[in-house]
Design a protein around this ligand. Structure first.
Ligand code: SF4
Length: 161
């Protein structure tokens, strides 16, 4: 799959140090997007599942899927996320879609069933707030997927930062 970058040791995409996997492609076109180069679905380089897993294992951090918007490639990402979670890592996922609307995308429901937290919603420049943890604008939510369902959304609560 097309990967823009893999950054180990990030502390801004979820609690603790994490390996952030930047998946290419996004159509949300949020005004003020921090990374418009990520919109191109053909950007980055093709990486195999084994190559990505090797990067994750090399550093041993939990994983965050970001981009771009990884949910456009939910179906394609399923084998990777299955393997990451099978190896005992937790997964956070960012999307510009809102939950539960995102569940209608192919593969999204299964992918999110393996994730711990979904950071949902587009970046809204008017709601930008640099004091927020792990999100850029106040409309975005840190949804605890281990306790939420489409009818009842429970926000993730940090134990500590
Ligand atoms: S969803 Fe994220 S990557 Fe996509 S346009 Fe919005 S801010 Fe940029």
């Amino acid at each position: 799959m097309k990967i823009l970058d893999i950054i180990p040791g990030t502390s801004v995409d979820g609690p603790g140090l994490r390996t952030a996997i930047y998946v290419a492609g996004c159509r949300h076109e949020c005004r003020g997007c921090h990374n418009p180069q990520s919109w191109d679905f053909d950007a980055g380089r093709e990486m195999s599942l084994d190559e990505i897993i090797a990067e994750v294992e090399l550093h041993g951090f939990d994983v965050t899927l970001t981009g771009g918007d990884p949910l456009y490639r939910a179906q394609e990402l399923l084998p990777l996320v299955r393997e990451i979670t099978r190896r005992g890592y937790t997964v956070w996922c960012y999307t510009g879609f809102t939950y539960p609307a995102v569940l209608s995308l192919p593969g999204a429901e299964e992918l999110l069933s393996m994730c711990e937290v979904l950071v949902d919603g587009p970046f809204i420049e008017e709601e930008r707030d640099i004091s927020l943890h792990f999100r850029g604008s106040a409309n975005q939510r840190l949804i605890d997927l281990t306790r939420s369902n489409p009818e009842q959304i429970i926000l993730w609560q940090p134990e500590e930062f």
